[in-house]
Design a protein around this ligand. Structure first.
Ligand SMILES: Nc1nc2c(ncn2[C@@H]2O[C@H](COP(=O)(O)OP(=O)(O)OP(=O)(O)O)[C@@H](O)[C@H]2O)c(=O)[nH]1
Length: 337
């Protein structure tokens, strides 16, 4: 962007220098500013430990050079306004109005010093030739700035989407986290109520997980959590949502599932866990979405109560919740493994 801005800007300044029959040192300085300085600034920033700070300093230098050229052009109206506006627009884009205040101050100082040294020359008339020489700057730089702004905007949108996706995943297992699991349960609750088709919720907890952690160490505990996540993914259907509530507690939202289907899936989970490299077992609470359940919270509570029954009755089993007249009844499966 610097090469485009300064390069095109120097064409505009060159138009004025040409009409002033400027001496060669001015031309050399202009060529340096427009076509050599952008590469130096780029290389210095690239090899610096703090490229952002270096780049900000370079932007101040750009503005100061702009102030100097405005004085050299004897305030020729069109290129003066163009330089002042373009060198302000990109600063606001980079660092806001505060940064503009800093660069504009540098620009003003450079202008005042140069203008004083040159004896306050003032020839604001802009010839047709100067207008022609200013056209590349008027067209190319704003187009370049808008292209960069658009690309940055797209990047921010992409990064926000990625952050949003990551904020819904559990970092260790890659499964949906509590937030997404609860949202899935909520969506399924509404869908099942609307369509009158069934749904079920599984809540799983690893048995004596604390002992696994204490006995084999946290990394093995983490491995067990990942193996459980893999077993869940291998056991459920594509329409179901497995996730991690937190700690060693997981859940699965089962779409359009009867109690029998939910029990089958729970059984499959336990069988898949047996294939894991590290031996462990889980207790599972199953809650079908009965007509008397009035909220998602109540649905989750029912599954939790069933899980509690499974734990109480010896762990390594599945327990089902029952409708309101018999709140929770154990309906345990025979132990596997
Ligand atoms: N390795 C590992 N451990 C965790 C993580 N999150 C929670 N824990 C541990 O998980 C254990 C949870 O234990 P509890 O659920 O209280 O009890 P438990 O030993 O599983 O016993 P029961 O559930 O009654 O069978 C605690 O020791 C936590 O420190 C994790 O991300 N990684």
């Amino acid at each position: 962007m610097r090469l485009l801005g300064l390069g095109a800007g120097c064409v505009a300044v060159g138009g004025v220098l040409y009409q002033q029959h400027a001496a060669w040192p001015w031309w050399a300085l202009l060529a340096f500013d427009g076509y050599v300085w952008p590469f130096i600034a780029y290389l210095v920033a690239r090899h610096s430990r703090n490229p952002i700070q270096v780049e900000r300093r370079s932007l101040v230098a750009d503005s100061m050079a702009g102030g100097m050229w405005i004085a050299v052009m004897q305030l020729n109206l069109l290129p003066t306004v163009l330089l002042a506006v373009m060198l302000s627009a990109d600063k606001v884009g980079v660092g806001g109005w505060r940064f503009l205040a800093r660069t504009a101050t540098g620009q003003l100082i450079a202008f005042c010093v140069t203008w004083t040294l040159l004896g306050f020359p003032f020839r604001p008339e802009t010839s047709t030739l100067t207008i022609l020489f200013s056209i590349p700057f008027m067209v190319l730089y704003p187009m370049g700035l808008s292209t960069v702004a658009y690309a940055l905007g797209r990047k921010v949108v992409r990064q926000n989407r990625e952050l949003e996706r990551l904020s819904r995943l559990d970092a260790l297992t890659g499964l949906p986290n509590r937030r997404q699991l609860e949202e899935a349960a909520s969506t399924e609750f509404s869908r099942a109520r609307r369509t009158q088709r069934g749904a079920a919720l599984l809540v799983l907890d690893i048995d004596h997980f604390k002992q696994i952690n204490d006995g084999f160490g946290h990394p093995i505990g983490d491995l067990v959590l990942k193996q459980l996540a893999a077993a869940l993914q291998a056991s459920v259907r594509r329409i179901d949502t497995p996730g991690r509530f937190g700690g060693d507690e997981f859940g699965v939202v089962l779409t359009e599932a009867t109690l029998a289907e939910a029990a089958d899936i729970a059984q499959r989970i336990r069988e898949n866990i047996l294939r894991a490299a590290v031996r462990f077992t889980v207790s599972i609470g199953v809650a079908e979405l009965d007509p008397d359940i009035e909220s998602v919270g109540e649905w989750v509570r029912r599954a939790d109560q069933a899980l509690y029954i499974a734990k109480r009755e010896g762990r390594n089993r599945v327990a089902h919740s029952r409708p309101a007249d018999a709140p929770v009844t154990s309906a345990t499966e025979a132990s596997v493994g």
